[in-house]
Design a protein around this ligand. Structure first.
Ligand code: ATP
Length: 239
């Protein structure tokens, strides 16, 4: 599904990712863990075309998407729910969701019924349904996070990138976000997940990669990493 090899990327003079290789297979949930500044968000940005890779290849279903701009990457079926709730503040909840489907409608992927997909997003996130006419900028932080996820799902993605979906949420909402991730997994949605709650991420993931200073240090089945004393001590802290 997603095959990344020797990916390097950074900002200005600074290289942050130094030749990462990893893969996500169809129907799998894969998590990237690592300490602050390891390069997790940068990896997500490079995959989705928000920043341009400097070297390496990113293949989605065998097709090279590295170097495409973010709209074209989305058209190929990669949806990114970025860190920090990037929603269109001056548009309604409903219009934000509709825009999420746009790259799919202009690409060669199945068009499908946008209204039905919106209803499905409202079913997953009932809070959004109650607020469908509300301007996204006036939603609470947690609601904006849900909208960012809902909008990414509107793409009917081949793979969904979730960057810190629980960031800044109250504990009850964190549970809700993980419940939704589990449900999407049951529905065979392929996902790449970055989470501050590394133990919870390893609990839902099939496979995990540990990033350190822009390199992959370990990888393995998530359950194995979850129980590895060295990994726990170094990366999982008390989470
Ligand atoms: P965290 O868990 O703290 O979010 P992370 O693993 O997601 O960390 P990144 O956000 O990818 O880490 O950051 C990796 C490095 O890149 C850091 O040293 C950071 O300061 C730097 N960096 C991130 N964004 C930018 C930017 N827009 N411009 C310059 N440097 C950046």
């Amino acid at each position: 599904m997603l095959e990344v090899s020797n990916l390097s990327a950074g900002y200005g003079q600074i290289e942050v990712l130094h030749g990462l290789s990893f893969e996500v297979r169809k129907g799998q949930v894969v998590t990237l863990i690592g300490s602050n500044g390891a390069g997790k968000t940068t990896t997500m940005r490079a995959l989705s075309g928000m920043i341009r890779p400097r070297a390496g290849s990113i293949r989605l279903n065998g097709r090279e998407v590295g170097g495409l701009d973010s709209h074209d990457v989305a058209r190929s079926g990669l949806a990114h729910s970025p860190e920090g709730r990037r929603v269109f503040a001056t548009l309604s909840v409903e219009d934000n969701l509709t825009l999420g489907a746009f790259p799919r409608l202009t690409g060669s992927r199945p068009k499908g019924d946008v209204a039905a997909d919106r209803d499905r997003a409202f079913e997953l996130f009932p809070r959004l349904k109650e607020r469908r006419e509300q301007l996204a900028g006036t939603l609470s932080g947690g609601e904006q996070q849900m909208l960012a996820m809902g909008r990414a799902l509107m793409l009917r993605p081949e793979i969904l990138l979730l960057d810190e979906p629980s960031m800044g949420l109250a504990p009850k909402l964190v549970e809700e976000v993980f419940r939704i991730i589990r449900r999407l997994k049951d529905e065979q949605v392929t996902m790449l997940l970055v989470e501050q709650f590394a133990m919870a991420a390893l609990g839902v993931a099939d496979h995990a990669y540990v990033l350190e200073n822009g390199h992959i240090r370990f990888q393995g089945p998530a359950a194995q990493l979850r129980n590895d004393p060295a990994v726990r001590a170094a990366y999982l802290g008390g989470s």
